[in-house]
Design a protein around this ligand. Structure first.
Ligand code: FE
Ligand code: FE
Ligand code: MG
Length: 167
């Protein structure tokens, strides 16, 4: 991208790149949490959940790709080591040590709620001063909102099944 495209009036670009890198760390950790979760998950509706978790993992990887491209365009460097994912993350990483479906879903729902906050914050930070980052964050936010909803729906289905069986 040329120098005119890089120049953003009224925005601290260094700080923006830092925020994008923090989100990048979140996306990689979310990717792995979903990916490994889909491998170890146990319990009712496991097969449906496995598919959903893998879809979400792929979405998170696509988000990481979008963020890294934006960072490079703005003249920054995407985090170069996995070590930095832990140092920079907003949302952290929850290892699926309890592989029961409800535990895994709840961990990932927490992650999605945090991701929703991260992209809302990014949108507020850039506002209309950087429409490209704004639009990218809006697009990712929409996916994260869907992710949270998908996982909540599976949890609700499990609850319904349990209620039926306990009658
Ligand atoms: Fe994401
Ligand atoms: Fe997500
Ligand atoms: Mg989904």
């Amino acid at each position: 991208m040329g120098s005119r495209g890089k120049k953003l009036d009224g925005i601290d670009v260094e700080k923006l790149i830092e925020k994008l890198n923090k989100a990048l760390a979140d996306e990689w950790l979310a990717y792995y949490q979903y990916w490994v979760g889909s491998k170890v998950i146990m319990g009712p509706m496991r097969t449906d959940a496995e598919t959903e978790l893998m879809e979400h993992a792929n979405d998170e990887l696509r988000h990481a790709d979008m963020l890294a491209d934006r960072i490079v365009t703005l003249g920054g460097t995407p985090l170069l080591t996995p070590q930095q994912w832990y140092e920079k993350t907003n949302c952290g990483y929850e290892a699926p040590e309890d592989e029961w479906i409800e535990a895994i879903l709840n961990q990932n729902i927490e992650g999605e709620r945090c991701a929703i906050d991260v992209y809302r914050d990014l949108m507020n930070f850039v506002g209309q001063k950087d429409p490209v980052t704004y639009e990218m964050s809006r697009e990712i936010l929409q996916d994260e909102i869907e992710h949270e909803e998908d996982l909540e729906n599976i949890l609700n289905d499990i609850r319904t099944i349990k209620e039926r069986f306990s009658r």
